[in-house]
Design a protein around this ligand. Structure first.
Ligand SMILES: [Zn+2]
Length: 273
Protein backbone atom coordinates (compact mmCIF):
# COMPACT_ATOMS: atom_id res chain seq x y z
CA UNK A 1 0.00 0.00 0.00
CA UNK A 2 2.81 2.35 0.96
CA UNK A 3 4.62 1.80 -2.30
CA UNK A 4 1.41 2.47 -4.23
CA UNK A 5 1.10 5.83 -2.46
CA UNK A 6 4.78 6.54 -3.06
CA UNK A 7 4.43 5.72 -6.77
CA UNK A 8 1.33 7.93 -6.99
CA UNK A 9 3.24 10.77 -5.32
CA UNK A 10 6.10 10.41 -7.83
CA UNK A 11 3.67 10.41 -10.75
CA UNK A 12 1.83 13.48 -9.43
CA UNK A 13 5.16 15.27 -8.88
CA UNK A 14 6.28 14.37 -12.39
CA UNK A 15 2.97 15.49 -13.86
CA UNK A 16 3.17 18.78 -11.96
CA UNK A 17 6.88 19.46 -12.34
CA UNK A 18 7.95 17.46 -15.43
CA UNK A 19 7.17 20.12 -18.05
CA UNK A 20 8.64 22.90 -15.89
CA UNK A 21 11.75 20.86 -15.17
CA UNK A 22 12.16 20.13 -18.88
CA UNK A 23 11.61 23.77 -19.85
CA UNK A 24 14.23 24.87 -17.31
CA UNK A 25 16.68 22.29 -18.59
CA UNK A 26 16.12 23.39 -22.17
CA UNK A 27 16.58 27.04 -21.23
CA UNK A 28 19.93 26.15 -19.64
CA UNK A 29 20.95 24.17 -22.75
CA UNK A 30 20.05 27.16 -24.93
CA UNK A 31 22.28 29.40 -22.83
CA UNK A 32 25.22 26.97 -22.88
CA UNK A 33 28.05 27.71 -25.30
CA UNK A 34 27.97 25.67 -28.51
CA UNK A 35 31.05 23.41 -28.46
CA UNK A 36 33.69 24.55 -30.92
CA UNK A 37 34.23 20.95 -32.18
CA UNK A 38 30.54 20.81 -33.07
CA UNK A 39 30.94 23.98 -35.15
CA UNK A 40 33.77 22.27 -37.01
CA UNK A 41 31.63 19.17 -37.71
CA UNK A 42 28.79 21.35 -39.03
CA UNK A 43 31.11 23.43 -41.20
CA UNK A 44 32.84 20.32 -42.59
CA UNK A 45 29.82 18.14 -43.25
CA UNK A 46 26.62 20.22 -43.48
CA UNK A 47 27.29 23.09 -45.93
CA UNK A 48 23.56 23.90 -46.08
CA UNK A 49 23.80 25.53 -42.65
CA UNK A 50 26.09 28.27 -44.01
CA UNK A 51 23.25 29.36 -46.32
CA UNK A 52 20.91 30.18 -43.42
CA UNK A 53 20.58 33.77 -42.16
CA UNK A 54 22.66 34.35 -39.00
CA UNK A 55 19.63 34.38 -36.65
CA UNK A 56 18.45 31.00 -37.94
CA UNK A 57 21.96 29.56 -37.59
CA UNK A 58 21.90 30.64 -33.95
CA UNK A 59 18.46 29.12 -33.46
CA UNK A 60 19.60 25.91 -35.16
CA UNK A 61 22.50 25.59 -32.73
CA UNK A 62 20.06 25.91 -29.81
CA UNK A 63 17.73 23.28 -31.25
CA UNK A 64 20.71 20.98 -31.83
CA UNK A 65 21.86 21.27 -28.22
CA UNK A 66 18.44 20.19 -26.96
CA UNK A 67 18.14 17.46 -29.60
CA UNK A 68 21.56 15.98 -28.81
CA UNK A 69 20.91 16.13 -25.04
CA UNK A 70 17.48 14.50 -25.26
CA UNK A 71 17.48 12.03 -28.16
CA UNK A 72 19.28 8.71 -27.59
CA UNK A 73 21.42 7.54 -30.51
CA UNK A 74 21.93 3.80 -30.85
CA UNK A 75 24.71 2.33 -32.98
CA UNK A 76 23.68 -0.84 -34.83
CA UNK A 77 25.79 -3.67 -36.29
CA UNK A 78 28.74 -2.64 -34.14
CA UNK A 79 28.73 1.03 -35.12
CA UNK A 80 30.11 3.24 -32.36
CA UNK A 81 28.18 6.51 -32.30
CA UNK A 82 30.44 9.57 -32.07
CA UNK A 83 29.73 13.24 -31.37
CA UNK A 84 30.40 13.93 -35.03
CA UNK A 85 27.54 11.59 -36.00
CA UNK A 86 25.13 13.15 -33.50
CA UNK A 87 26.03 16.64 -34.69
CA UNK A 88 25.68 15.84 -38.41
CA UNK A 89 22.28 14.19 -37.90
CA UNK A 90 21.04 16.87 -35.50
CA UNK A 91 22.11 19.76 -37.76
CA UNK A 92 19.94 18.40 -40.58
CA UNK A 93 17.00 17.16 -38.49
CA UNK A 94 16.69 20.42 -36.56
CA UNK A 95 16.23 22.42 -39.78
CA UNK A 96 12.66 21.11 -39.61
CA UNK A 97 12.17 22.62 -36.15
CA UNK A 98 13.28 26.20 -36.87
CA UNK A 99 10.67 28.87 -36.09
CA UNK A 100 8.09 26.23 -35.23
CA UNK A 101 6.18 26.58 -31.94
CA UNK A 102 6.55 22.84 -31.28
CA UNK A 103 10.34 22.85 -31.24
CA UNK A 104 10.73 19.07 -31.05
CA UNK A 105 9.75 15.82 -32.72
CA UNK A 106 7.09 14.87 -30.20
CA UNK A 107 7.00 11.13 -30.90
CA UNK A 108 10.75 10.63 -31.43
CA UNK A 109 12.26 8.04 -29.06
CA UNK A 110 15.55 7.04 -30.67
CA UNK A 111 17.80 7.46 -33.66
CA UNK A 112 19.30 4.16 -34.82
CA UNK A 113 22.46 4.48 -36.89
CA UNK A 114 23.80 1.75 -39.18
CA UNK A 115 27.29 1.58 -40.70
CA UNK A 116 25.72 1.40 -44.17
CA UNK A 117 22.44 0.72 -45.98
CA UNK A 118 20.42 -1.78 -43.96
CA UNK A 119 18.07 -4.61 -44.87
CA UNK A 120 14.48 -4.65 -43.65
CA UNK A 121 12.49 -7.87 -43.82
CA UNK A 122 9.00 -8.53 -42.59
CA UNK A 123 5.41 -7.77 -43.24
CA UNK A 124 4.22 -4.33 -44.22
CA UNK A 125 0.89 -2.69 -44.97
CA UNK A 126 0.44 -0.51 -48.04
CA UNK A 127 -1.65 2.65 -48.32
CA UNK A 128 -4.68 0.57 -49.32
CA UNK A 129 -4.36 -1.59 -46.17
CA UNK A 130 -3.00 -4.65 -48.01
CA UNK A 131 -0.35 -6.72 -46.23
CA UNK A 132 2.73 -7.73 -48.16
CA UNK A 133 6.16 -9.25 -47.50
CA UNK A 134 9.02 -6.81 -47.75
CA UNK A 135 12.74 -7.34 -48.16
CA UNK A 136 14.33 -3.96 -48.80
CA UNK A 137 17.76 -2.39 -48.52
CA UNK A 138 17.30 1.15 -47.22
CA UNK A 139 19.33 4.25 -46.42
CA UNK A 140 16.69 5.46 -43.96
CA UNK A 141 13.33 4.74 -42.45
CA UNK A 142 10.97 6.38 -39.97
CA UNK A 143 8.65 4.44 -37.72
CA UNK A 144 5.42 5.66 -36.26
CA UNK A 145 6.54 4.33 -32.85
CA UNK A 146 9.19 7.07 -32.76
CA UNK A 147 12.31 5.52 -34.28
CA UNK A 148 14.32 7.04 -37.10
CA UNK A 149 16.77 4.59 -38.66
CA UNK A 150 19.61 5.92 -40.78
CA UNK A 151 22.64 4.69 -42.67
CA UNK A 152 25.51 6.88 -41.48
CA UNK A 153 27.30 7.13 -44.87
CA UNK A 154 24.00 8.20 -46.43
CA UNK A 155 23.61 10.93 -43.77
CA UNK A 156 27.01 12.28 -44.83
CA UNK A 157 26.27 11.93 -48.52
CA UNK A 158 22.89 13.65 -48.24
CA UNK A 159 24.50 16.56 -46.41
CA UNK A 160 27.56 16.88 -48.65
CA UNK A 161 25.71 18.52 -51.56
CA UNK A 162 23.53 21.28 -50.15
CA UNK A 163 21.52 22.05 -53.27
CA UNK A 164 20.59 18.76 -54.94
CA UNK A 165 17.30 18.24 -53.11
CA UNK A 166 18.41 14.81 -51.86
CA UNK A 167 18.77 14.47 -48.11
CA UNK A 168 17.86 11.29 -46.24
CA UNK A 169 17.88 12.95 -42.80
CA UNK A 170 15.41 15.67 -43.81
CA UNK A 171 13.31 13.01 -45.54
CA UNK A 172 13.02 10.68 -42.53
CA UNK A 173 12.39 13.47 -40.00
CA UNK A 174 9.70 14.89 -42.30
CA UNK A 175 8.06 11.47 -41.98
CA UNK A 176 8.27 11.87 -38.17
CA UNK A 177 6.28 15.12 -38.40
CA UNK A 178 3.78 13.44 -40.73
CA UNK A 179 3.48 10.41 -38.43
CA UNK A 180 2.41 12.57 -35.46
CA UNK A 181 -1.13 11.86 -36.62
CA UNK A 182 -0.54 8.13 -36.01
CA UNK A 183 0.17 7.23 -39.63
CA UNK A 184 2.01 8.69 -42.61
CA UNK A 185 -0.31 10.22 -45.18
CA UNK A 186 1.53 13.36 -46.28
CA UNK A 187 -0.38 15.67 -43.94
CA UNK A 188 1.07 16.41 -40.49
CA UNK A 189 -1.71 17.20 -38.00
CA UNK A 190 -0.85 20.90 -37.64
CA UNK A 191 -0.58 21.32 -41.43
CA UNK A 192 -4.23 20.38 -41.86
CA UNK A 193 -5.16 23.61 -40.09
CA UNK A 194 -3.60 25.57 -42.95
CA UNK A 195 -5.89 27.00 -45.59
CA UNK A 196 -5.95 24.90 -48.77
CA UNK A 197 -3.32 22.36 -47.61
CA UNK A 198 -5.17 19.31 -48.93
CA UNK A 199 -6.32 20.69 -52.31
CA UNK A 200 -2.88 22.14 -53.09
CA UNK A 201 -1.07 18.90 -52.23
CA UNK A 202 -3.57 16.67 -54.02
CA UNK A 203 -3.44 18.82 -57.16
CA UNK A 204 0.37 18.91 -57.19
CA UNK A 205 0.72 15.16 -56.53
CA UNK A 206 -1.73 14.15 -59.24
CA UNK A 207 -0.58 16.87 -61.64
CA UNK A 208 3.11 15.92 -61.45
CA UNK A 209 2.31 12.19 -61.69
CA UNK A 210 0.26 12.75 -64.82
CA UNK A 211 2.81 15.09 -66.38
CA UNK A 212 0.57 18.17 -66.35
CA UNK A 213 3.41 20.55 -65.54
CA UNK A 214 5.64 21.68 -68.38
CA UNK A 215 9.20 22.44 -67.41
CA UNK A 216 10.63 25.73 -68.59
CA UNK A 217 13.92 25.63 -70.44
CA UNK A 218 16.73 24.66 -68.11
CA UNK A 219 14.44 23.35 -65.38
CA UNK A 220 15.00 19.84 -64.04
CA UNK A 221 12.20 17.71 -62.55
CA UNK A 222 12.24 17.96 -58.74
CA UNK A 223 10.45 14.67 -57.97
CA UNK A 224 11.40 11.12 -58.96
CA UNK A 225 9.19 8.04 -59.20
CA UNK A 226 9.73 7.17 -55.54
CA UNK A 227 8.59 10.64 -54.46
CA UNK A 228 5.47 10.18 -56.56
CA UNK A 229 4.70 6.66 -55.28
CA UNK A 230 2.35 7.85 -52.50
CA UNK A 231 1.38 11.07 -50.68
CA UNK A 232 3.60 10.35 -47.66
CA UNK A 233 6.70 10.00 -49.86
CA UNK A 234 5.70 13.08 -51.82
CA UNK A 235 5.55 15.16 -48.63
CA UNK A 236 8.90 13.86 -47.33
CA UNK A 237 10.58 14.40 -50.71
CA UNK A 238 9.03 17.87 -51.04
CA UNK A 239 10.61 18.76 -47.68
CA UNK A 240 14.04 17.71 -49.01
CA UNK A 241 13.49 19.94 -52.05
CA UNK A 242 12.09 22.80 -49.92
CA UNK A 243 15.18 22.96 -47.71
CA UNK A 244 17.82 22.32 -50.37
CA UNK A 245 16.24 23.80 -53.54
CA UNK A 246 13.72 26.30 -52.20
CA UNK A 247 14.14 28.68 -55.14
CA UNK A 248 13.52 25.91 -57.68
CA UNK A 249 10.45 24.67 -55.80
CA UNK A 250 9.06 28.20 -55.63
CA UNK A 251 9.64 28.65 -59.38
CA UNK A 252 8.09 25.33 -60.43
CA UNK A 253 5.35 24.83 -57.84
CA UNK A 254 4.66 28.17 -56.14
CA UNK A 255 1.54 26.99 -54.29
CA UNK A 256 3.34 23.94 -52.87
CA UNK A 257 6.22 26.19 -51.86
CA UNK A 258 3.80 28.60 -50.16
CA UNK A 259 2.25 25.76 -48.14
CA UNK A 260 5.68 24.59 -46.93
CA UNK A 261 6.76 28.18 -46.28
CA UNK A 262 3.73 28.62 -44.00
CA UNK A 263 4.20 25.22 -42.36
CA UNK A 264 7.93 25.63 -41.61
CA UNK A 265 7.70 29.43 -41.15
CA UNK A 266 10.92 29.68 -43.12
CA UNK A 267 11.59 31.27 -46.50
CA UNK A 268 14.18 28.86 -47.87
CA UNK A 269 14.02 30.44 -51.35
CA UNK A 270 15.62 33.53 -49.80
CA UNK A 271 18.54 31.60 -48.29
CA UNK A 272 21.94 32.31 -49.75
CA UNK A 273 22.65 30.29 -52.89
ZN1 LIG B 1 10.10 7.93 -47.22
Amino acid sequence: MVWVLALAAVLVAYWAWGPRWRAGRRARLNQAPFPSEWRVHVRQHVPLVARLPADLQQQLRQRMQVFIAEVPFIGCQGLEVTDEMRVVVAAQACLLLLNRPQAEFVDLRQVLLYPGPFRVRGEAVDAAGLHYARNDVLSGESWVQGQVILSWPDCLEGAAVADDGINVVIHEFAHQLDQESGHANGAPPDALRQRRWSPVWSAAFEGIRRGFYDLAEGQQPLFDDYALSEPAEFFASACEVFFERGGDLQAQHPQLYAQLHTFFRTDTAAWAG
